[in-house]
Design a protein. Structure first.
Length: 532
């Protein structure tokens, strides 16, 4: 049922009537009378509970893109990415204009393994159309979750692709950790990949930092690419590890909320040494607080692509039936006063399309396609270099997306879930030999190579899965090297854990390669840090 916007405007005031005084009370009475009239006189039978829920959802869209309603059934499931674990395909999602949009792919999970990406729109699940049918979060969970080992096929619409893409995904147990990977490079640089800021983040990072301290690590690469955010206090605590005492990290402010400042303390362990932070268009909210604060204080070189641009603070408020509303109550600002939040005045639809629009505009490939107004210009607090507000954090060193790395063959292997099932079977069959020959990942990294025997076995699997090899573009030498490197990393991750996967994978990861080059070159590092 289409609801008039005037009707929608009454909904929220009805919910909070007794909290905000007489004006709200009068509007609440008006809304209540409207419901009574519908119940008494409307031509058809109407479920008032459903009517109110639809009104709340639609009305919140009129406020901002991040104020959301959560039904009583959905509350616990919404907390899982920050607090729990589950069995499923391993994505974070939002329903935007009746379409399921992937807003995060859980590292190491089944969806990442087959190649799902942030921004993908899931149109079908096992041949059932779920777009345009008013599906809710519960309906999504019912279709995508399931017991470990069961299979589901999703059809997605991806930016730049003319047709729907099908992916076979094997559900798995999805452990939710903050730290995807941590290790120390041959040059004694510490690497941390952080995927979210959750309840366990402080404890996980403390263990990593202790390991770095014991090894005498001074310089760190902090990888926040794809980090969708999380708890504000965890982001503040991470900044505290790197900033000198009494430095403003972030402040929040709203028309009904006074300014609240968060500052660093004396407790940090890495207040000196070089620091490079990796970000991309999937880095949002709390990860933007970290990168923004470190950039404003000229404490780190930021590498990658412009971040997502979420700078709105939500507070979860319970409603009378056990449901809740996450209502935006303030905005985040970096130490220089930059607003992290990107504009949303053009409406919900345009906001939801922003990442796709960036891609189509060429922002992922060419830094010159990104233009900032002079009115959004700020200067950093130590070296006075120019930085910009207006939505997201622009890195000091741009890294273009490389669309040529994966061959058509490689992409098909991912889409049909052949690559990961093949590696799992291959490693299980040879695990004892691997363990005997490679006692640690360093030996494996330096001596193991993907040979033609492995590639031939993989080709057989691909042919049996009905991949028409002859119809695909012939891979380039670089694409073949990339596939071999990916296979090697997957084997390492299967034998050991996620950190070992990233230790191998980062050898051909453009983000990491840029970051490592910068952190090992004092002249380049200082030049980027100072904006010279």
């Amino acid at each position: 049922m289409k609801l008039n916007k005037i009707f929608l405007a009454f909904t929220f005031v009805f919910i909070v009537a007794f909290a905000f005084g007489q004006d709200v009370n009068s509007q609440a009475r008006k809304f209540n009378k409207m419901l009574a009239l519908i119940d008494m006189a409307y031509v058809d039978t109407v479920d008032l509970d459903d009517l109110v829920e639809v009104a709340i959802i639609e009305m919140l869209k009129e406020l901002d893109p991040h104020s959301v309603y959560i039904s009583a059934k959905e509350i616990e499931k919404m907390k899982e990415p920050l607090e729990g674990s589950f069995e499923g395909i391993g994505i974070q999602f939002r329903i935007m204009e009746d379409t399921l949009v992937v807003v995060g792919v859980i590292s190491g999970g089944p969806s990442e393994k087959v190649g799902l990406m942030t921004g993908d729109r899931i149109v079908k699940v096992d041949d059932e159309i779920i777009a345009g049918v008013k599906i809710d979060n519960t309906g999504v969970a019912e279709r995508l979750r399931g017991k470990k080992g069961t299979e589901v096929t999703v059809s997605i619409k991806r930016r730049g692709a003319k047709n729907l893409l099908d992916f076979k995904i094997i559900r798995d147990k999805i452990p939710i950790y903050s730290v995807d990977a941590s290790y120390i490079t041959d040059e004694n640089v510490g690497y941390i990949r952080l995927n979210r800021f959750a309840r366990s983040t402080d404890e996980e990072l403390d263990s990593v930092f202790q390991k770095f301290e014991s090894a005498g690590v001074k310089d760190i690469i902090l990888d926040l690419s794809g980090n969708t955010g999380g708890y504000l206090d965890k982001a503040v605590n991470l900044c505290d590890e790197f900033l000198k005492n009494d430095k403003l990290i972030v402040y929040t402010e709203g028309s009904k909320m006074p300014r609240i400042e968060y500052k660093s303390t004396e407790k940090g362990r890495f207040k000196k040494g070089k620091l490079v932070v990796i970000v991309d268009e999937g880095s949002a909210s709390a990860s933007e607080i970290v990168s923004g604060a470190l950039q404003d204080w000229d404490r780190a070189v930021i590498v990658g692509r412009r971040t997502f641009g979420k700078g709105l603070v939500q507070r979860e408020m319970m409603l009378t039936d056990g449901s809740a509303v996450r209502l935006t109550i303030a905005r985040y600002y970096t130490p220089t006063g930059r607003l992290i939040q990107k504009p949303y005045k053009e409406g919900y639809d345009e906001y939801a399309q922003d990442i796709t629009n960036r891609f189509l505009h060429g922002e992922f490939m060419n830094v010159d396609s990104i233009q900032f107004a002079d009115s959004l210009k700020y200067t950093t607090l130590v070296y006075k270099k120019n930085v910009y507000g207006g939505g997201g954090i622009m890195p000091d060193e741009f890294v273009a997306v490389d669309t040529t790395l994966r061959s058509d063959y490689h992409i098909e292997l991912l889409r049909k879930n052949i690559l990961f099932t093949f590696i799992s079977t291959y490693v299980d069959r040879n695990r004892a030999e691997f363990k005997a020959k490679f006692p640690d990942v360093e030996t494996f990294r330096k001596t193991f190579e993907i040979d033609n025997k492995i590639l031939d076995e993989l080709l057989t699997e691909a042919t049996e899965a009905k991949i028409n090899i002859d119809s695909l573009t012939i891979p380039t030498l670089e694409q073949n090297i990339y596939l071999k490197s990916h296979l090697k990393a997957l084997i390492a991750g299967d034998i050991w854990q996620n950190s070992e996967f990233w230790q191998i994978y980062n050898e051909f990861n453009p983000f990491f390669k840029h970051a490592e080059t910068i952190i090992l070159d004092d002249k380049q590092y200082n030049s980027l840090l100072k904006g010279k």
